[in-house]
Design a protein around this ligand. Structure first.
Ligand SMILES: [Zn+2]
Ligand SMILES: [Zn+2]
Length: 258
């Protein structure tokens, strides 16, 4: 069986650790991982202002070239030992589809190894990064209602599940229930998101799901994304899943499934 870590970050992530990409590859080889896919946060679309205080959600546009070149070098260097691939974790941001599509078209090869995720939703008249911190989430929920945050996320994820970028759309849908990240601390009385509908759309689109194990490392969630019942439903729908650690440091490569 091929062991894959399909969701790994790099030093080009400004909120990561700065460890070299090669350290991630070495860790993968040490742990017996066959396929390692770098999926750095793609630069945010032009005209979109990163809503987090440190403005560090994504890589800088000027780093894209060096990132892809290092990925290609490691792919050659480790051929036959670790199958290294290089893509992006691309944000689905409503209203910025044109800019996002242009980026994917410019990087078709990397797009084929990429993940489409939702981290930003509109709430209370401004953009909000939903997985930034429990405190920020609680504060925003206080302001607009936690149901509203869930609902806005669910609607954005439904659109992402329809593969809005056609032939250049990333083949993998990222941590589909990321909105649950802080639910042990705060959650709506009833979950308003149509999860079954999202899974059905993802299946109809032919997506692979990011079976993201970072959630196990988050104290306010402590499950995989998707959570177990969704995994069962995904199997029932014939949706393929791809294991991923969402490592932001080399020691987390394979974390949760190796
Ligand atoms: Zn990240
Ligand atoms: Zn993510």
């Amino acid at each position: 069986m091929t062991i894959i870590d399909g969701h790994v970050h790099s030093p080009y992530c400004p909120h990561g650790t700065g460890a070299a990409m090669e350290e991630y590859v070495n860790e993968a080889e040490r742990k017996g991982i066959d396929v390692l896919v770098f999926t750095e946060h793609a630069p945010l679309p032009e005209g979109f202002t990163d809503p987090v205080p440190e403005k560090d959600s994504a890589m800088r546009p000027e780093d894209v070239r060096a990132y892809l070149e290092e990925g290609a070098r490691l792919r050659r260097e480790y051929a036959g030992r670790v199958d290294v691939r290089c893509g992006f974790e691309v944000d689905y941001i409503e209203g910025f589809e044109e800019e996002t599509r242009r980026f994917l078209e410019e990087h078709r090869e990397a797009a084929a190894h990429s993940i489409l995720s939702v981290h930003f939703i509109q709430a209370g008249g401004s953009w909000f990064c939903l997985d930034y911190s429990a405190d920020a989430f609680a504060e925003k929920a206080e302001e607009v209602g936690v149901e509203h945050l869930y609902d806005a996320y669910g609607k954005a994820m439904e659109k992402a599940a329809e593969m809005p970028f056609g032939e250049v759309n990333p083949p993998v849908l990222g941590h589909i229930n990321l909105i649950h990240k802080f639910r042990r601390r705060i959650k709506p009385v009833a979950d308003p998101v149509n999860w079954a509908g999202i899974l059905e759309k993802a299946a109809a689109s032919g997506y692979v799901l990011d079976f993201n194990h970072a959630g196990l490392r988050k104290p306010d969630y402590a499950e995989t994304y998707p959570e177990p019942w969704m995994v069962e439903e995904a199997h029932r729908l014939g949706l393929n899943m791809q294991t991923g650690s969402d490592a932001h440091s080399p020691e987390d490569v394979g974390s949760g499934f190796i």
